[in-house]
Design a binder for this molecule. Structure first.
Ligand SMILES: Cc1cc2nc3c(=O)[nH]c(=O)nc-3n(C[C@H](O)[C@H](O)[C@H](O)COP(=O)(O)OP(=O)(O)OC[C@H]3O[C@@H](n4cnc5c(N)ncnc54)[C@H](O)[C@@H]3O)c2cc1C
Length: 429
């Protein structure tokens, strides 16, 4: 009884939703404009079916929607990257307005581009560091899902300590010649372009001899080999570079400034993975707690007090994630770039999603162990559970997030770093 009471309080008081309401009230004209655009551009009856709660009809329509074409249309309208300037394929909106756009897109279950490494990471990095030519060339196709992006930072010997990476780029006239290997490259097998950090001066300390490049994934000498993960999918890859040539015009930032540019990408990655990004995918890890409660009520799991208590706890934590993300959005509204505070939501969201997915398996019961092949709900929930194990590793492990929070948010003393001023070439690896 107690947990039910708390749940009702949380669901009715909902401070996060009232904040949402105030944002929406500020710009209800924008919400109407986006809704009207959806009515005109989605298949006829979609918006009305959502409003009428006809989930089955919406699901069928989603299956029939030509995905690539739709993502391109959404991108061309500027809604996929609402805060980007219009000339680079966005809608030129403020972050708070972009939140309104995303609320409408979420409400109408609008399919979005899976190009998160592009839209959420490469895009903001290019907006901050790219040349005019690079922004005009790469941002619109990124927003329109016409060019998919991947991130090539991690190497077999350089993950948490990514600044120690060994992939080498050597200057040759107007080009760079790249040799080395990356690993865990998400979407590398389908990406058109990748963000690449390589060592351009091994005689400088590890953070100082790096440069940042945009790499054509189909350039001669790039070899992509898939890695199979426990979901059975091969979402990420090893990438090998064998005398790959990159024009100097594809360098982002100055030679040797790669660490600073990469930090922008990493900060934005944490924001994207925390679900706080205004351009992020809907329901990034953990969004569906209300759906889980609904399933528990439907299948009787809600009747078990211990399980009900866990669900209520998750609802409360889900609201905390939402409120914290709103706070981060408010910071961006003031024009401040993603900062170390993104590590708070990245850390919390990753661990929260793992708890949520474990409880989801309890709610699912026996269906989580063996399910009928037509039972797509069980299949997708089990996949979600298996995939969530990666949340506390990808985008920086939870231990590294705690280090960043300790040092850069709480101001605690830094870990001793004996290799900071030593040339990379002299480091033991
Ligand atoms: C699903 C998934 C997708 C990924 N996609 C990409 C991608 O697209 N592009 C890309 O470049 N990388 C990607 N990665 C790689 C990811 O960024 C690294 O796995 C991560 O940074 C950890 O590096 P590592 O695996 O080398 O582990 P290590 O750095 O070897 O860490 C091993 C263990 O030691 C701990 N540890 C290490 N250093 C410290 C320290 N200083 N203090 C405390 N504990 C420490 C870690 O927390 C971890 O538990 C992906 C990873 C996953 C799981």
């Amino acid at each position: 009884m107690r947990s039910t009471t708390i749940l009702i309080m949380v669901m009715t008081e909902q401070p996060s939703d009232s904040s949402m309401d105030s944002i929406a009230a500020m710009d209800s004209g924008l919400a109407t404009r986006v809704t009207e655009w959806l009515k005109e551009n989605l298949p006829a009856g979609w918006v009305e079916a959502v409003d009428a709660g006809d989930t089955e009809k919406v699901n069928l329509m989603r299956l029939a929607l030509p995905y690539e074409e739709w993502c391109e249309k959404l991108g061309k309208a500027g809604w996929a990257t609402a805060t980007w300037p219009v000339e680079y394929g966005g809608a030129g909106l403020e972050p708070a307005q972009a939140k309104v756009v995303n609320e409408v897109l979420n409400r109408y279950k609008v399919p979005r581009s899976f190009n998160v490494l592009g839209i959420g990471m490469a895009g903001p990095t290019l907006l901050q560091w790219g040349t005019e030519e690079q922004k005009k060339r790469f941002l619109p196709p990124m927003a329109q899902h016409r060019e998919i992006w991947c991130q090539m930072f991690s190497e077999p010997g350089a993950g948490s300590d990514v600044a120690s990476l060994a992939t080498r780029a050597m200057r040759d006239g107007d080009e760079w010649v790249v040799n080395g290997q990356k690993v865990w490259t998400t979407l590398g097998h389908i990406a058109h372009y990748g963000m690449l950090v390589a060592r351009t001066d091994p005689d400088l300390p590890k953070h100082k001899g790096l440069s940042y490049f945009l790499l054509d994934m189909h350039a001669p000498g790039v070899e992509v080999r898939p890695l199979v993960q426990m979901t059975g999918e091969a979402e990420f890859n090893e990438v090998f570079f064998n005398d790959v040539r990159i024009p100097d015009s594809m360098r982002v930032g100055a030679v040797g400034e790669g660490w600073a540019v990469a930090t922008t990408t990493l900060m934005n990655e944490r924001v994207a993975l925390s679900g706080a990004g205004s351009e992020g995918m809907a329901n990034v890890g953990g969004g569906p707690v209300d759906a889980l409660v609904a399933l528990a009520v439907k299948n009787g799991a809600w009747g078990e007090p211990v399980l009900r208590n866990k669900l209520v706890q998750l609802v409360i934590e889900g609201r905390i994630v939402k409120i914290t993300n709103l706070r981060a959005a408010a910071r961006r509204k003031q024009g401040k770039p993603a900062g170390p505070e993104g590590s708070i939501t990245k850390l919390f969201q990753a661990e929260y999603n793992q708890r949520l997915q474990s409880v989801a398996m309890e709610v699912l019961g026996c269906r989580a162990m063996a399910w009928d092949e037509t039972d797509l709900e069980a299949a997708s929930m089990v996949r979600g559970f298996l995939r969530s194990r990666a949340n506390t590793i990808e985008g920086g492990t939870s231990e590294i997030m705690r280090n960043i929070l300790g040092e850069r948010v709480l101001g605690l003393p830094k870990e001793p770093s004996v290799d900071k001023d030593v040339p990379w070439s002299e480091l033991r690896r």
